[in-house]
Design a protein. Structure first.
Length: 245
């Protein structure tokens, strides 16, 4: 019986890992499709597509899957149209939440997100309800060991807006969205590798929450992040260290 239980546990764990991998591949396929649709199917000339393909390769997405996604984006293969939609809402404690989704069915995605917000003590809002609290920017976050002086030099020479260090020593660089591609190329040429590089919604002000509310907000953010159609989740919440503990 012990052997059987162990095998069942291994199978269950493997099933969870496979499901997580499949979900990630699905999200990345959509990112590749939209990137190819908006900027063409040549990664050398489409930095958004190049990044999406690099992200896919980093999680061992098969080459055939990547190629099919590119061809769907360029129209060489048939498939449901995937579109980019920004959903806005409120989480517990009135925190603002913005979700960037890539979906082939708005009529499915919106009700699912509405239910998810409600289940976790929040509310899906109308377009524009919280977007005024955020600014769309290119974002790069470098590990603490990175040469800050070199990052600053490259950022300022190539249109970066701001360079900051956080409490953990990570270096954060922001830029205007239309500068993002050029700055990405400049960092790559300087052999500076960011842990995060994306165009993101960055909050202009933050809201602090207490322990019980922080737990509810985290639960909502994790659920949203796990949704098949959601690519990124942005919020203006600030978690005090004691709340996270």
């Amino acid at each position: 019986m012990a052997g059987h239980s162990k095998w069942a546990n291994i199978q269950h764990r493997k099933g969870r890992v496979d499901a997580a991998r499949g979900k990630m591949w699905s999200k990345l396929s959509k990112a590749i499709i939209v990137a190819a649709k908006t900027g063409g199917g040549d990664p050398a000339a489409n930095i958004r597509l190049r990044k999406a393909i690099d992200d896919a390769k980093a999680v061992s997405m098969p080459k055939d899957n990547i190629e099919r996604a590119v061809k769907r984006g360029t129209g060489e293969l048939d498939g449901d149209a995937v579109e980019e939609v920004l959903y806005e809402g409120y989480g517990p404690g009135g925190v603002a939440v913005m979700c960037l989704a890539l979906t082939d069915n708005r009529n499915r995605t919106a009700p699912e997100l509405r239910t998810m917000f409600g289940k976790h003590g929040g509310e899906l809002g109308k377009t524009g309800c919280v977007s005024y609290l955020f600014e769309r920017k290119g974002l790069f976050i470098f590990p603490a060991a990175t040469d800050e002086e070199r990052v600053t030099e490259v950022a300022l020479e190539n249109g970066g807006d701001d360079v900051e260090k956080d409490d953990e020593g990570q270096i954060q660089v922001t830029c205007a969205p239309d500068i993002y591609d050029a700055l990405s190329e400049a960092f790559a040429a300087a052999e500076l590798q960011a842990d995060v590089n994306e165009i993101s919604q960055i909050a202009s002000t933050n809201v602090e929450v207490d322990g019980p509310t922080a737990k509810k907000v985290l639960s909502l953010l994790e659920a949203l992040d796990d949704h098949d159609d959601i690519q990124t989740v942005s919020t203006n919440v600030n978690f005090p260290s004691e709340s996270l503990a």
